[in-house]
Design a protein around this ligand. Structure first.
Ligand code: BV8
Ligand code: ZN
Length: 244
């Protein structure tokens, strides 16, 4: 039986499935990945700007980067990989854990979605008045960056409601993701497996007895730890699996 057929059979037989996704799942939709060649903006890497220190130092610059990403993402549609994962998520026992902040899983209709790093379409109060994660989908107007968004409650600075490097994940999300590591089948799809704690989930699932699979065109630090690696693009491999 070939590898895809074997995995398709496992998917059909699994009582519980968890899918962990990274930026590679949105690549076919046109969303820049973080560590790919398109991950840079001007002379900055994501790690330079996705931090509270960068925002403290220059909120306007960080907001320009997020406005640029929002503008790009607003023109993207969920791709075949999102649609297959959304279909699987309708099954009892299937959970989806995403590191992506583009909300394309939500737009594809995914149920039981755990968003580890928040959403680029939500904002929180930087001045910590407590106003959190309100939706704001305003776009760039005529190519000029947004005026820095303000908090509707205290008129302080608003920040993107995402988890920056050096910030703790929401405990409820982290616990839900860890709980999802107890499953028959764990698929890690389209992530470079370098950002923790998300990067440790495949190993945790294996430790808990899951059959673990990586779907990625490239090798990653997780490749040696999983039971099965499928070298391919999510938007091609997932539809093939769903047809088995
Ligand atoms: C935490 C949201 C602790 C923002 C993101 C020093 C100080 C503090 C912390 C640390 C430190 N050193 C290390 C850490 C931990 C740090 C970390 O892991 N750093 C790394 C860089 C070493 N982690 C953190 O800081 C986390 N918090 O540790 O808190 C703590 C505890 C208590 C109190 C205080 C603190 C928070 C990490 C979250 C960072 N936020 N995003 C935003 O988006 O603006 S991370 C960002 O990168 C993304 O969200 C994504 O989650 C993450 C990983 O990227 P990927 O999704 O994997 O994308 P990437 O481009 O890397 O790879 C794409 C993959 O797809 C590739 O493998 C490619 O081959 C593949 N691909 C391409 N095309 C396809 C494909 N696959 C399939 N199909 C295709 N077509
Ligand atoms: Zn406020």
């Amino acid at each position: 039986m070939n590898v895809l057929a074997e995995l398709g059979d496992r998917i059909a037989r699994a009582r519980t499935i968890t899918v962990l996704t990274g930026a590679g799942v949105s690549a076919a939709s046109g969303v820049p990945t973080f560590r790919g060649k398109d991950g840079w903006w001007r002379q900055f890497r994501p790690e330079d700007l996705a931090t509270a220190e960068a925002f403290q130092r220059d909120p306007a610059l960080v907001w320009e980067w997020y406005a640029w990403r929002r503008e790009k993402i607003a023109r993207c549609e969920p791709n075949a990989a999102h649609h297959v994962i959304a279909q699987w998520s309708q099954r009892e026992g299937c959970r989806v854990v995403t590191q992506n902040v583009d909300d394309l899983h939500l737009r594809a209709g995914t149920r039981n979605l755990i968003r580890l790093h928040g959403s680029i379409w939500e904002m929180s109060c930087w001045d910590a008045c407590g106003q959190r994660a309100w939706r704001d989908e305003r776009r760039l107007d005529a190519g000029r960056p947004l005026p820095i968004p303000r908090c509707p409650a205290c008129d302080g600075l608003a920040r993107p409601a995402v988890i920056w490097f050096g910030e703790a994940l929401e405990p409820a999300d982290l616990y839900a993701a860890l709980d999802a590591c107890t499953c028959d089948l764990f698929l890690t799809v389209g992530t470079s497996a370098v950002v923790y704690p998300a990067a440790g989930l495949a190993r945790e699932a294996k430790r808990r007895g899951s059959f673990t699979v990586e779907i990625n065109p490239d090798e990653t630090p997780a490749s040696a730890a999983v039971d099965l690696t499928i070298r391919g693009a999510a938007e091609r491999v997932l539809p093939d699996l769903s047809r088995i």
